[in-house]
Design a protein around this ligand. Structure first.
Ligand code: TRP
Length: 348
């Protein structure tokens, strides 16, 4: 039976803390994805939260994806999540298109979001560039689907990078307008959990550029599929300056490459920058780099090894994702049904 807005308001008043985040399976996981996002996802699943992590394949196709590559990259991202410690027992791990309620709510929210709001999205402007008329409609509308990814779970906390902050503000605007227009308190106001600057991993060749899967130089990044030798070699060859490490963080201010390597060390060792510098201040890169290489190999080689093992057994990955989709739909089906009912769709 349909409910009055007041019933809906009462039902929506208690939102359980629930974490949702997504990564696009568009290929090439790097140390930047691991330290900037996945490592945090792993620690959140051990805190008091319910956690849902998603490969956002529907978002990936807003720009052209070769179908075979998309399939491979989706499984590889799942393998990266699992190998890094996202446990299918503790978290719900899903591939977006396997939970159809994302796209269904995405449509409703596209009818809530305003053209003017979307036109302000800086990521669209950056990505589409001068060629905006030739960008897909999906790329333009993508933030409404992202809002649906979050709101279809009534998620309250979303760990993301700084670049997604504007999309999360839009998610709140969409939720507020929906609640206002229909006179309900149905969708929560989601809190962004923005990563600190310290976990921003920069290129190993240029400390002013973000480490990126699309950098033409493979030496600029550590891929999560790199083996121990490759990881160690890339760190030994990383660009640095000729000075010794300072003993305090302040001494790194105008030394982007040095700062990046210290940040990477700190993040991998779960130490603060000050603690790293207390231990290594005064050291030359000739000694610090081998120490960092050992640490990185220690932490990352088991992950890349486990990823390779999982990728040898894609049926196992698919089984985990099918299970995740079943769990996810237990949450999304009633929320979508209620949304349809609020909106006035017959049969719900
Ligand atoms: N837009 C995000 C990115 O480009 C990926 C994403 C899609 C996402 N849906 C999401 C992140 C929902 C957090 C929550 O990185």
């Amino acid at each position: 039976m349909s409910e009055t807005p007041n019933d809906v308001r009462a039902a929506g008043a208690t939102f359980k803390p629930r974490v949702f985040s997504g990564i696009k399976p568009s290929g090439g996981l790097t140390l930047g994805n691991y330290l900037g996002a996945i490592k945090r996802f792993v620690s959140m699943q051990d805190e008091a939260f319910e956690t849902i992590y998603c490969m956002v394949d529907l978002h990936a196709i807003t720009v052209w994806q070769d179908p075979a590559a998309l399939r491979h990259n989706t499984r590889e991202l799942a393998a990266g999540f699992i190998a890094s410690g996202i446990s299918p027992e503790k978290s719900i791990l899903i591939n977006q298109s396997q939970v159809p309620e994302h796209a269904q709510l995405g449509w409703i929210l596209s009818c809530i979001a305003r053209m003017g709001w979307m036109q302000r999205m800086t990521q669209f402007k950056d990505k589409a560039g001068k060629n905006a008329q030739n960008a897909s409609l999906g790329l333009f509308g993508y933030p409404a689907l992202m809002a649906a990814d979050i709101l279809v779970y009534h998620a309250t906390h979303v760990p993301v990078g700084e670049d997604q902050k504007q999309h999360l503000e839009l998610t709140r605007d969409i939720a507020a307008k929906f609640n206002h227009d229909y006179g309900v308190d149905f969708f929560p106001m989601t809190e962004p959990v923005i990563e600190g600057a310290a976990t921003r991993v920069m290129s190993l060749r240029d400390g002013s550029k973000k480490m990126s899967k699309s950098d033409p130089s493979d030496a600029s990044r550590i891929n999560m599929t790199d083996d121990a030798d490759t990881i160690a070699k890339k760190i030994r060859k990383a660009k640095t300056d000729p000075d010794a490490l300072p003993s305090e963080a302040k001494g790194l201010e105008s030394r982007p490459e040095a700062r990046n390597l210290v940040n990477i060390y700190a993040a991998l060792a779960d130490m603060s920058v000050d603690q790293v510098l207390a231990a290594h201040g005064g050291a030359q890169f000739g000694t610090f780099k081998p120490a960092l290489a050992d640490l990185a190999v220690d932490k990352l080689a088991p992950i890349s090894g486990e990823m390779a093992r999982l990728m040898d057994d894609p049926a196992e990955i698919d089984r985990i994702l099918a299970h995740g989709a079943t769990q996810a739909r237990e949450i999304t089906t009633p929320i979508l049904k209620k949304t349809y009912e609020i909106v006035g769709m017959v049969g719900n």
